[in-house]
Write a protein that binds this ligand. Structure first.
Ligand code: GDD
Ligand code: MN
Length: 360
């Protein structure tokens, strides 16, 4: 069983495969290693080439995935397919400098680090020939990402790193599979033994093929980032909960309007159903975003819904009680109502966190 594995996701990288294999052979020479290319059924002949190489070189393996896409999911699948102790992830387009692979592995094998990161922003590392816009975007995303990290790292957006297999065995089930930034995902997963060491390198320009970084990848990343920051910073988490609550107000009024004016229901009936609609949409959104790391599924989802409705009802009672007592104590209707809303939201948040998603 090889001790070291390099997982290489590929999507239409035919012209980069042979040079990548050659580099791996040169730099990893005497180590006990294997490479696993994970190809998403590229239409340019990538997997056919990988097949022919794998038939002649025992260190080279490949996986051809059908009907699936995604850099992170390809990396996870490759990592889970090897039993090596130390697993690196590297792009197939020669942009990551394979020369530092031995240093990445050595950082794991001979120190107490569990994650070794090829970094463009530490020591002698660099971003190579990126234009100003991409450089700025990368710096901006890196700075934002830093607020969600559970272990310090100058280049959490790097797609070039090595980890101890313990880490992937533990985090695999939590990784956002349609994402692009698997390292960031790992470094923001709670409850993992994260000790990071960085190895500087300079990012190379792409010579063959095209980048797969597109708008949908960026939107997916923004989504992942929001969720992770919400998880890391309690205040952002609470702000997200309030934001979801606000969206519930929109749902409420939309449902109320429809029931009253389109379905001609009585006001009491319409108001009751609209309240239920708002609670349901709040529950689904909070489950997916605010408390995503404790996402409820199956029967727990149903039970959670029941408790969430109960928590909201309790929050509403506290809201009314506080507003009423302030109003009686001659506060203006506006400030009494505002205080009630704030107290109700805080109660909703605390009870949801403690009893529905049990995230404390
Ligand atoms: N199997 C599979 N499926 N592979 C994919 C997919 C996919 O859906 N999308 C991209 N890849 C492969 C590409 O073939 C390439 O080998 C690698 O993933 C990176 O894709 P690029 O399109 O070259 O991305 P990039 O250069 O813009 O960004 C890379 O470098 C950044 C800086 O280190 C990625 O590795 C980023 O994660 C990284 O932040
Ligand atoms: Mn690339």
């Amino acid at each position: 069983m090889p001790q070291y594995a390099v997982v290489i996701p590929t999507l239409n990288e035919r012209d980069n495969i042979l040079p990548t294999v050659e580099r791996l052979e040169n730099v990893l020479g005497s180590l006990d290693w294997e490479a696993i290319f994970v190809d998403d059924d590229s239409g340019d002949g990538t997997w056919q080439l990988l097949l022919s190489i794998a038939r002649t070189k025992r260190r080279i393996r490949y996986i051809r995935r059908l009907g699936r896409r995604g850099l992170s999911s390809a990396c996870v699948e490759g990592m889970l397919s090897t039993s090596a102790t130390y697993i690196a992830v590297m792009d197939a387009d020669l942009q990551h400098d394979a020369a530092i692979l031995p240093a990445l592995f050595a950082a794991l094998a001979s120190s107490d680090a569990t994650v070794a990161v090829g970094s463009r922003y530490s020591g002698q590392g660099g971003i190579g020939q990126w234009d100003k816009t991409r450089a700025r975007m990368s710096r901006f995303a890196t700075a934002l990402a830093a607020s969600a990290l559970l272990a310090p790292c100058t280049d959490p957006m790097s797609g070039f790193f090595a980890i101890h297999r313990r880490i992937i065995d533990k985090t695999a089930g939590d990784i956002f599979l349609s994402g692009f930034k698997i390292l960031f995902d790992i470094l923001t997963t709670p409850g993992v033994d994260l000790r990071v060491k960085e190895i500087p390198y300079t990012f190379n320009a792409r010579i063959h093929g095209d980048t797969k970084l597109n708008t949908s990848v960026m939107i997916d990343f923004a989504w992942l980032l929001i969720k992770k920051i919400c998880h890391r910073l309690p205040i952002a988490n609470f702000a997200m909960f309030c934001f979801v609550g606000l969206s519930g107000v929109g749902v409420h009024f939309a449902a109320l309007y429809l029931l009253l004016h389109v379905f001609a229901q009585s006001f009491v009936m319409s108001q009751s159903i609209a309240t239920l609609c708002a609670m349901t949409s709040n529950y689904i959104l909070n489950n997916k975003i605010t408390f995503f790391s404790n996402e409820l599924r199956g029967m727990s989802f149903v039970k959670g819904y029941f408790f969430f409705c109960l928590a909201c009802t309790f929050g509403a009672c506290v809201n009314v009680a506080i507003a009423q007592s302030l109003h009686t104590a001659s506060f203006s209707w506006f400030s009494a109502a505002a205080a009630g809303i704030v107290a109700g939201a805080a109660i909703n948040y605390i009870t949801s966190k403690l009893f529905v998603w049990k995230s404390i």
